[in-house]
Design a binder for this molecule. Sequence first.
Ligand code: AHR
Length: 502
Amino acid sequence: MTGRPAARIVLDGAYRVAPVPRRLFGSFVEHMGRCVYGGIYEPEHPTADDDGFRGDVVDLARELGVSVVRYPGGNFVSGYDWRDGIGPRAERPTRLDRAWKTIESNQVGTDDFLRWAGAAGVEPMLAVNLGTAGVQEACDLLEYCNRPAGTEWADLRVKNGSPDPYGVRLWCLGNEMDGRWQIGHKTAAEYGRIAAETARAMRRVDRNVELVAAGSSKPTMPTFGSWESVVLEHTYDLVDHVSLHAYYEELDGDRTSFLASAVQMDAMIRAVVATTDSVGARLRSRKRLTLSFDEWNVWYEQHFPGEDALDYVPHRPLIEDDYSAVDAVVVADLLMTLLGHADRVTIACQAQLVNVIAPIRTEPGGPAWRQATFHPFALIARHARGEVLLPAVTSSGHRTEKYGDVATVSVAATHDEGTGETVVFLVNRSPDRATSVEVALRDLSAKRIVEHVVLAAEEPDAVNSAAAPDRVLPRRGQDLHLDDGVIRGELPPCSWSMVRTS
Ligand code: AHR
């Protein structure tokens, strides 16, 4: 490489954002499409355990490195009666799921999911229904899950086979309540009141819970910003986190904007932090809330006809997007953006885990496989350890239709004092140009590259499938070199790279 690199990055061991929050590598299991039925649960599958859960899916969830899983929705939770999903399976009612126009068999419910979470080694994050239900149902569910035996709901849990309380800490107060599509949708003031009352009562059932107030459903909502402000006026002292949701897709062939989606996520996080802190300042509170980005992903919503176009059928496939390397690069950049905000974003859930806009896909009775997006998520979850470093970046930029001028190269980095490893994640957002890069590692004792992998969109339309599960894979990188504590080299167009040094 000759001349000045297009992107110059300085990382210094002394400049840190925060410890890597393990909860950033969360996922989401909703009663939607084939996420639960035919996804995590398929009793006839050859790998199923005694509870009916697919062993191959649990293995992949572990390999993905998922830390937290949100359940049972999503839109589903706003019409869900959790009492339908407990007790002997043969006695559970079949219901209309009005969120996704599905016939819900209730063969999977709270106890089943919490057993699955135990088997998968993930922390459960439960959502309560604040659409058609309220304070009482939420408190009953919390009593069922977390109280020792001796009262009606806790005793029922014991009768249903779980003598010890589950000790679920993380609870979402409803879901996307500003969305007109949400069953029981509310104004900000209505939701703020019920969320506050539910939070207050839940804390009396179990003082150790961590509560998430539902933020606005997406950044394009007219309510975005004002919703958080009003809701937090009611709930600030009663909750710990506020939620954000955002999905990204390539529209009208505008790949250049799509590849810069993380710019929008970054702006959204900054906006919610500012709104949250302004409420805290108005209330003269010393408490600082953190953010739960509990739905994020690439989702080709343009292919979804909408719930109103659906007829009631049992567990039909829904939004099973096939992901390419281009999508995987965007997913990597989004996850890197979350890491970069580790001081304020402490929980994040990629939506969803299996089949429904998911990194894992399954065939009924057949194999489970990793989508292209699985790979950067799994590698970042595995290798982002220790402290998130605060990078100083000077990158040349390029123009996008949607976001104006954006930096061509994005970066996130971590340093683990225990192992001495520094890991640098880099994205080249240009759809068609390679770019030169230089990363100076100061005070990080980086002597050699331990591993360098690249995921590049060499075949932009290729996807993984049951027949070709490894068509899109990261490969060993050769174009970056470490000399005298400086990584130099080239990033291919539309690519994600991981460089581990020690
Ligand atoms: O993840 C799919 C759906 O997207 C969720 O149910 C809802 O919360 C969001 O709008």
